[in-house]
Write a protein that binds this ligand. Structure first.
Ligand code: 6PG
Length: 250
């Protein structure tokens, strides 16, 4: 049974990031209490930087980091030292600032020149960590997502092959307009999550957010529309600027 999306709007980006930090910390606390661990997939790009810094500043001493496991929703096809690397961004904003064991952090091995091999390796990492049988999908406690101005999320870009992937966990997705592979979790993995949390900030996202949440364009042109958890919660945290073209600003 697909639950309706929860859409919460905040006056400023700062309010948005504080609410998102509360959501992440709350999810981590509940997951550890209920299942003994918390598995989170981080999103990349620039929006989450403030969220990660906030969590590092406010929760470094209060969360059971030894029971928290960090994965990545997607990665650019670059080494972890590259300025474009999502791992490097996460390392700089949160992972280097909290006492999480190194063994609890699972970067996508995007330094491999063979993007397909990197995706296969990450898929094996997930299969091992989650003790998956063939055909099973991992159930992350929380997957953080951003949304690009073209409606992409993770590295699921409009009209790219990954949108049609329904059996693999991780793929190397060729993105023609960027002329590069991106390594990304697939939609079945996103949609298996207990909680999916979109973070959208800024007026440049307003028109695409209206299309994704209220428009009727084909979903393969706006891949964020394809994120519909089968049983989990779908939460959109957006600031007022991003929500400015929504018909119902909550
Ligand atoms: C990435 C992200 C990507 C991001 C969107 C939004 O690797 O870039 O995973 O999906 O969330 O592009 O990026 P901004 O938050 O920087 O606008």
């Amino acid at each position: 049974m697909k639950s309706a999306a929860e859409i919460r709007t905040f006056p400023t980006p700062q309010d948005l990031f504080h609410a998102a930090a509360e959501e992440v910390i709350g999810s981590a606390t509940r997951s550890v209490a209920e299942r003994g661990r918390f598995t989170i997939a981080l999103s990349g790009g620039s929006t989450p930087k403030s969220l990660y810094s906030l969590i590092a500043a406010n929760a470094s001493g209060s969360l059971p980091w030894a029971k928290i496991y960090f994965f990545f929703g997607d990665e650019r096809h670059v080494p972890p030292t590259d300025a474009e690397s999502n791992y490097r961004m996460a390392q700089e904003t949160i992972l280097s600032k909290i006492p999480v064991p190194v063994a609890n952090v699972f970067p996508i091995p995007a330094e491999n020149p063979d993007a397909c091999a990197a995706a296969e390796a990450y898929e094996q990492t997930l299969q091992k960590f989650f003790s998956l049988k063939p055909g099973e999908f991992p159930r992350f406690d929380l997957i953080l997502l951003g949304m690009g101005p073209d409606g992409h999320t993770a590295s699921l870009f409009p009209e790219t092959a990954a949108l049609k992937e329904n059996s693999r966990l991780v793929v190397a997705n060729w993105v023609e307009k960027l002329h590069t592979h991106r390594i990304t979790l697939t939609l079945p993995v996103l949609n298996a999550a207990r909680t999916l949390l979109f973070l959208v900030s800024g007026g440049d996202k307003a028109s695409v957010l209206h299309e994704v949440l209220e428009g009727s364009a084909p979903p393969d042109k706006y891949p964020s529309k394809l994120v519909r958890p089968s049983e989990g919660r779908l939460i959109w945290l957006v600031d007022r600027a991003a929500a400015s073209e929504l018909s119902t600003v909550v």
